[in-house]
Write a protein that binds this ligand. Structure first.
Ligand code: SF4
Length: 455
């Protein structure tokens, strides 16, 4: 099928990583811009491949270029609902190409081409050929397909804007539904190739942590490929509405993680948070010194209040692990009314980068908008603490309440220690009716002991 492609193509290359030492060029990624988009159209020129901007033979080793992947598809059974899920396959299918690495999704894509692939004669038009063949093989409902690969900076900028409008439209649709409105959630194990115990549970209130798949996308994906990596999850019994614990989700997670993950709280970072693969758009992390939660996203390059950057934190909580206090999530989940509801939602958020704050600004309760610092106001724990106090963030009240509770507990403990105790190795209590109650090794605490003389 791929005789004209100068490199090998197949699932065996899916996990291939291209490190900087072996990289010819980087396309899109955190230091550039890029996006990918699938659109269903009525009229598509089947098999057409267009490269807008320089191809690989016009680039120099070590360079970084903006990159866009636009795929147009047509077919009588294709609907707009399917765009998101077909688009998510770009990641997997690009990685079938030996010497081409694709990470992330939507406007977060990050690609690399290896030196060997370039030297073997691989060009972007070959990527287009591979995508056309593999997409047709994967989805028999695609009758016609065309691929446009963009490296021209201005054109990529325009394309990213266009793609963001489409993503927003898709995300907005699901905001009208909630977990209470449906009996079925969806699960996805597409990322198990590199995170073997990771299971995404997607509900109307919790889009997938990669940000590429919402409840509608999953429903459409399951419809066209019932045997595929996206499956139905019966909601089952609501065990804890606030935490987002459902018997059906627990059963699915246990089964699909091969018995590793027993249960999941969909709306909390504590105890049993959702597992994290590595595709998450952002991470929610607990800051013990503040008893609050911070959020950091992939694009943020500085240090977080924990003193480590996103990349280090991602390494600690990815791979399908369930790590208490850390949870991978999508930016869209931050727009959900159930966003970390069990932990206090935005009232518990004490820090986030400015870029995220701008993205979700309208979804932060109005009274909290100026109370959550970004890297522009504070980064260290002390700086954040001062900021929160100054602005009267609700977490400050929580600190005071906790202090009171700790004080009360301490006093109770001291009181108990001070209260005189009578130790009785064996003590018979006065009873009647032929029953005898004997306390062995009893310690009896009393506020007062009154000794009365018998008359
Ligand atoms: S992050 Fe979740 S929903 Fe997204 S592709 Fe991976 S497993 Fe599927």
């Amino acid at each position: 099928m791929f005789e004209n492609i100068p490199v090998n193509v197949g699932a065996a290359y899916e996990g291939e990583r291209i490190r900087s030492a072996n990289m010819f060029v980087e396309l899109a990624g955190p230091k550039s811009i890029g996006a990918e988009l699938v659109r269903v159209k009525e009229d598509v020129e089947d098999g057409r491949i267009k490269v807008i901007g320089p191809d690989l033979d016009e680039m120099k080793q070590g360079e970084r270029h903006p990159f866009g992947i636009k795929i147009e598809i047509a077919g009588k059974d294709l609907e707009e609902d399917l765009e998101g899920v077909i688009e998510r396959k770009i990641h997997e299918l690009c990685n079938y190409v030996q010497g081409f690495m694709h990470l992330n999704q939507r406007d977060q894509i990050w690609c690399r081409v290896s030196v060997e692939a370039k030297e073997a004669g691989f060009r972007l038009k070959h990527l287009g050929e591979v995508l056309i063949a593999l997409f047709k093989e994967e989805f028999n409902i695609i009758d016609k397909i065309s691929v446009t690969l963009i490296t021209d900076e201005e054109k990529v900028k325009e394309f990213v804007e266009e793609a963001r409008k489409v993503y927003e439209k898709r995300d907005a649709r699901v905001r009208e539904l909630s977990e209470e409105d449906v009996d079925v959630f969806y699960g996805c194990v597409m990322c198990q190739s590199f995170a073997p115990t990771h299971v995404c549970i997607v509900t109307p209130d919790r889009p997938a942590l990669c940000g590429a798949m919402n409840w509608f996308d999953c429903r459409a994906a399951h419809k066209i490929d019932p045997e595929g990596p996206i499956f139905e999850v019966e909601k089952g019994e609501v065990i804890d509405e606030i935490r987002g614990e459902y018997s059906g989700a627990n059963d699915a997670v246990l089964e699909k993680s091969q018995g590793t993950i027993e249960k999941v709280y969909l709306h909390s970072v504590f105890e049993y948070p959702h597992t994290s693969c590595g595709c998450f758009e952002a991470i929610a992390f607990y800051i013990p010194e503040l008893d609050g939660i911070g959020i950091v996203h992939r694009n943020y390059k500085g240090e977080t209040p924990l003193g480590i950057p996103f990349s280090t934190m991602a390494g600690q909580c990815s791979g399908g692990k369930q790590v208490e206090g850390f949870c991978g999530l999508s930016i869209e989940y931050m727009r959900s009314p159930k966003f970390l509801r069990a932990d206090g939602g935005y009232e518990r958020i004490v820090w986030m980068p400015k870029e995220i704050k701008e993205m979700v600004f309208d979804f932060i309760p109005e009274e909290l908008r100026d109370k959550i610092p970004t890297e522009e106001e504070a980064v260290t724990i002390e700086e954040i603490k001062e900021f929160l106090k100054e602005k009267g963030h609700p977490i400050v009240k929580r600190w005071k309440e906790e202090k009171e509770v700790t004080k009360e507990k301490k006093e109770e403990k001291e009181e108990a220690e001070e209260t005189p105790a009578v130790y009785a190795p064996e003590l018979a209590l006065p009873t009647s009716g032929g029953v005898r109650i004997v306390l062995k090794n009893a310690k009896i605490y009393a506020e007062k002991i009154i000794i009365k003389k018998k008359k």
